[in-house]
Design a protein around this ligand. Structure first.
Ligand code: FES
Length: 109
């Protein structure tokens, strides 16, 4: 589901019930991957493509507040998008998260 807000799109990720603490959810919107994560009850969203060699981070796993890339095991901070361990060095782009009713949305421009 999608709604337009100015130049940004509000893209539905999933019901919040499908994203419990300590889990990831990947979606695709207009050819780009978006990764949502629940860290201690707060939802964060970033680009879902690893900045090293473009692996799909939704196939990775969470350790603490980091996602581990499934391909070469770079770790990204899910609160900031920062690349914490190599080989990735570039951060993930962040998206604004909105909770509306029972659902999680991200604002994509
Ligand atoms: S593709 Fe993610 S670390 Fe290489």
């Amino acid at each position: 589901m999608e709604a337009t807000q100015g130049t940004a799109h509000l893209v539905k990720v999933c019901p919040i019930s499908e994203l419990p603490p300590g889990t990831l959810k990947g979606i695709e919107f207009e050819g780009r991957r978006i990764l949502a994560a629940n860290i201690d009850g707060k939802i964060y969203a970033h680009d879902g493509t690893c900045t090293h060699e473009e692996a799909d981070l939704s196939n990775g796993f969470i350790i603490g507040d980091r996602v581990v890339c499934p391909l070469h095991l770079s770790q990204f901070d899910l609160k900031t998008g920062e690349a914490v361990t190599s080989p990735a060095v570039e951060p993930l782009k962040n998206y604004k998260v909105k909770i509306e009713g029972p659902d999680v949305y991200v604002e994509v421009d």
